[in-house]
Design a protein around this ligand. Structure first.
Ligand code: ATP
Length: 585
């Protein structure tokens, strides 16, 4: 298969911002592919060679890629510098500088097939140690040399991990159901993705075995599962009402969520963003291994820093020392951690996600021996508002953020990847202000003035709308940045610069620079109000009007445990707006 055909499809995807059209371009293409090719192409369309949770990354630095482009095209450093300033995208620069293949290929060039591209990309990914940068450049140059401008654009984007095509995982799932099934099959295909986090595997299974095989897919050790999320309500009586008068209530710990995959002698820990965190919590991984009575299990829990002398819980900031990339041995010693387990998703051969909450909870309790490092979340069955309030007060006195109410209904299964009212959170913050905090994606920036001259002075922030796949703006954020953060901002954001507004961003406010939505920041606000300029929920609450945040402030917490699609959704902003107005009435 020629890489040109794949690049052509990526190019067509990039020219549309309609999710429907993207899905139809992809489904038409998917139908023509061999299942093995389909799997690789699904990963490539996301700028990857493997599923999201695999730690290997192509991640070539922009500078290195530009060096390869300069040497192949015989371009001077100063010209490259000029183009870089204007385009900010190595892919576009390669496209501009690499000449069209003229008629017959030269004696020395070989056709650029998918196989050849994958071989070189694998070589790039595996290059390590001395001279690895030179070798990476060599492998990239070999394929760039035989590419035409559009192929070059995507090769450079794949190796830097930024595809800019705009087809997210939901669009690919739409395309897969259109290509190999019917609309009715879409929920089953999405479930398979939510329990395996592997789009390529789902695509291949569907192409080879049809929807029947997809329905048989089960949770498995080493395939992280998308986490189940909670809705919020503003009071305990409302929560009880919603839960039918009776529910389980657990402490809501303020730590780092971890999904542990335990297989006899080996344990892997994943963050909610599917990163491998085993090396951040080696002590917890070992303790879980020792305490687990099953051959295999997948559990979820919250890792919280504890005071080794008193066993008391320490604030969230303490456990963040365990998120660092380096110096882990010291951090493990200095910041002891305990895991409070709250769910079990696999027990030996049994997929527990399909069982109701109470059955999962008792299975969890009998699958582990409890120790001072591995425990269960504090839990009580609540049937009156008074019991709920007392439990909430007890949670706060133990330094928890609030409580998590969990449904006891027969349908209270583990809904991978979904946010619903089977779990409802209630936090101390809800008592103090009208809204929860927001985790928002950075989509643009404004140049600073005065004291902030030469830096970014404010950021354009957006919530994610899962239905349209678009990021819709909710505020211009300029408060809460300390000097260190202002200085760090360009390094954190500039690799996501985009010469134009990305297709996935809906905005009326025009910033000085645009970013591909990637970084997620935690923001608080005084209130959500109707906004003539922001696009979140445009026209839903009121015609031609969106929702915006009043007095937004950065809390100082960069949510690097969340991907942009996991940021606060537009639906949540609308719900919080309604919750806030109910409260005022
Ligand atoms: P969300 O997870 O809802 O996107 P968030 O990450 O900002 O939002 P919160 O809204 O504060 O976090 O609450 C949800 C998180 O609370 C869970 O993802 C989990 O990490 C944590 N948590 C703490 N205690 C529990 C518990 N007992 N049961 C489930 N989750 C808990």
């Amino acid at each position: 298969m020629l890489f040109a055909d794949i690049a052509d499809v990526f190019d067509r995807l990039e020219t549309t911002s309609s999710r429907l059209e993207m899905a139809s371009i992809l489904s038409e293409f998917f139908r023509t592919l061999e299942p093995g090719h389909l799997r690789s192409i699904v990963y490539l369309s996301q700028g990857k060679l493997h599923p999201d949770f695999c730690p290997q990354e192509l991640g070539m630095a922009d500078k290195l890629v530009l060096r390869a482009v300069a040497s192949i095209s015989g371009t001077s450093e100063s010209r490259i510098g000029e183009l870089w300033k204007k385009e900010g995208d190595p892919g576009r620069i390669a496209e501009i500088l690499i000449k069209k293949k003229e008629g017959q290929m030269s004696l020395f060039s070989e056709p650029l097939t998918l196989g050849r591209v994958l071989k070189n990309l694998n070589l790039i990914e595996n290059a390590e140690g001395r001279d690895s940068q030179d070798r990476k450049m060599k492998y990239l140059s070999q394929i760039l040399r035989d590419s035409d401008p559009v192929e070059a654009r995507y090769l450079c984007r794949i190796v830097t991990g930024r595809m800019r095509v705009g087809a997210g995982s939901m669009t690919i799932l739409d395309a897969l159901s259109e290509a190999f099934g019917t609309k009715e099959d879409r929920p089953d295909i999405e479930r398979a993705f939510n329990i395996t986090c592997d789009l390529g595997l789902v695509a291949e299974t569907l192409a080879l075995g049809g929807i029947g095989r997809v329905r048989l897919m089960k949770v498995a050790v080493a395939n992280p599962i998308k986490v189940m999320l909670a809705e919020r309500l503003p009071s305990i009586p409302l929560i009880l009402d919603r839960m039918g008068g009776r529910c389980a209530m657990e402490f809501k710990y303020d730590g780092i969520r971890v999904q542990a995959h335990i297989d006899r002698d080996s344990v892997k820990l994943y963050s909610r963003r599917l990163e491998d965190m085993t090396s951040n919590f080696p002590d917890i991984a070992e303790e879980l291994r020792i305490r687990c009575k099953a051959e295999r299990a997948i559990i979820e829990g919250e890792c919280v820093a504890v005071d080794p002398k008193t066993g008391g819980m320490l604030p969230f900031q303490t456990v963040t020392h365990r998120r660092k990339k380096h110096g882990m041995d010291k951090a493990v010693e200095e910041y002891p951690v305990k895991i409070f387990m709250f769910d079990i998703l696999l027990a030996n051969g049994t997929d527990m996600t399909v069982f109701p909450f109470e059955e999962r909870r008792s299975k969890l309790a009998c699958t582990f021996d409890i120790s001072d490092r591995v425990g269960l979340t504090e839990m009580e069955i609540i049937s009156t508002a008074e019991e709920g309030e007392n439990f909430f007060d007890r949670a706060l006195s133990m330094k928890c953020e609030g409580v998590m109410a969990k449904s006891l209904a027969p349908e209270s299964v583990y809904r991978a990847g979904s946010r619903g009212f089977l779990w409802i959170k209630y936090k101390k913050d809800y008592e103090e202000s009208l809204t929860d905090s927001f985790d928002l994606a950075v989509v643009g920036a404004f140049h600073g003035r005065g004291k902030r001259a030469g830096k970014y002075g404010a950021l354009l922030m957006a919530a994610f709308d899962g239905e349209s796949g678009k990021y819709q703006t909710v505020c211009k954020l300029g408060t809460g940045f300390d000097d260190a953060f202002l200085a760090e901002m360009p390094e954190m954001l500039d690799r996501y610069l985009s010469a134009e507004r990305p297709h996935t961003v809906d905005a009326q406010m025009i910033p000085d620079v645009w970013f591909l939505p990637t970084a997620v920041l935690e923001v608080t606000a005084a209130e959500i109000s109707l906004s003539p300029i922001h696009t979140a929920g445009l026209g839903i609450v009121k015609e031609d009007t969106g929702l915006g945040l009043r007095f937004p402030r950065f809390t100082g917490r960069v949510r690097d445990d969340k991907g942009p699609e996991e940021c606060t959704s537009v639906n949540e902003v609308i719900e919080m707006y309604e919750m806030q107005n109910q409260d005022k009435e």
